[in-house]
Design a protein around this ligand. Structure first.
Ligand SMILES: Nc1ncnc2c1ncn2[C@@H]1O[C@H](COP(=O)(O)OP(=O)(O)OP(=O)(O)O)[C@@H](O)[C@H]1O
Ligand SMILES: [Mg+2]
Length: 256
């Protein structure tokens, strides 16, 4: 078993009468970028929320380096090195950029025997983090609600990538971004990959997956349609799989 091995096995998820996931398994390739694609309601976000500890599966398990994962919250997943950037970024609008970066892992100092937040240190560290990632925000002491969509995206990326993650999950990282910001996101993903971090991108923009992804998984209505190496497929085949929910290489063949 290699280092940094993450696997989801036979995952099911129901929300009342809705079956969001039906027997989905996924084995990640360490240090590679997986594109998770599929139409609306395919179950992509649900699958990733389960991996990130935000919601529990109805059935199935997650294995990390061969051992069943025991976390049951995003903080627990983060302690296992799994970070997720949500579709809506999940930032706290009223808090500053630096406070959002350190949410749940605040730096404190002793003040007359009690622990207080060390804002100065968090601001300094946040500034350093942004410059090391090549991301830009006007000021780390501004509240996040004052930022543009692209700048909020930068904060979410910095929060997820700045702290020794082994897996970073990005839900629609380039939706609503302009071309320069998309370029920045792509650079960040390439940088993570070079650092040996595994990345999962959920995206409706197949061109992003073909540009920076290594392999893909197609889903429809809670099921896995098929998997491909990006170098062994093309846009037309993936679109066909997304739309029909069938894997053309399996059509008419007995399932092995
Ligand atoms: N909290 C919830 N309560 C009830 N149903 C939910 C909940 N979350 C997701 N679902 C349902 O589960 C199914 C899968 O949703 P999910 O958000 O995972 O799809 P998705 O592939 O991410 O779609 P999109 O591309 O639109 O983001 C949908 O039918 C959705 O309505
Ligand atoms: Mg989604």
């Amino acid at each position: 078993m290699s280092v940094n091995h993450i696997e989801m096995r036979n995952i099911y998820k129901s929300f009342g009468a809705v079956t969001a996931l039906h027997d989905v398994s996924l084995e990640l390739q360490a240090g590679k970028v997986l594109g998770l694609v599929g139409d609306n309601a395919a179950g992509k976000s649900t699958l990733m929320k389960i991996l990130a500890g935000a919601i529990p599966p109805s059935r199935g398990e997650i294995l990390i380096d061969g051992k069943p994962a025991t976390y049951s919250s995003p903080i627990g997943a983060r302690e296992s090195g799994i970070e997720m950037i949500y579709q809506d970024f999940a930032l706290v609008p009223e808090l500053t950029v630096a406070q959002n970066i350190f949410l749940g892992r605040e730096i404190t100092r002793s003040f007359g025997g009690i622990r207080v937040l060390d804002r100065k240190k968090m601001n300094e560290r946040a500034r350093k983090l942004f410059s090391s990632l090549g991301l830009r925000v006007p000021s780390v002491t501004l509240s996040v609600q004052a930022l543009s969509g692209g700048q909020q995206q930068a904060v979410a990326i910095a929060r997820a990538t700045g702290f020794d993650a082994r897996l970073v999950i990005m839900d629609e990282p380039t939706a609503n971004l302009g071309a320069p910001a998309i370029e920045k996101v792509r650079d960040t993903i390439t940088g993570l990959k070079e650092a040996g971090v595994s990345v999962i991108i959920i995206s409706h923009r197949l061109e992003d997956i073909f540009a920076i992804g290594d392999y893909m998984m197609v889903m429809k209505q809670g099921r896995v349609v098929g998997r491909r190496d990006v170098h062994d497929t093309d846009n037309a085949e993936i679109v066909e799989m997304i739309v029909t929910g069938q894997d053309p290489r399996r059509a008419g063949k007995a399932v092995a």
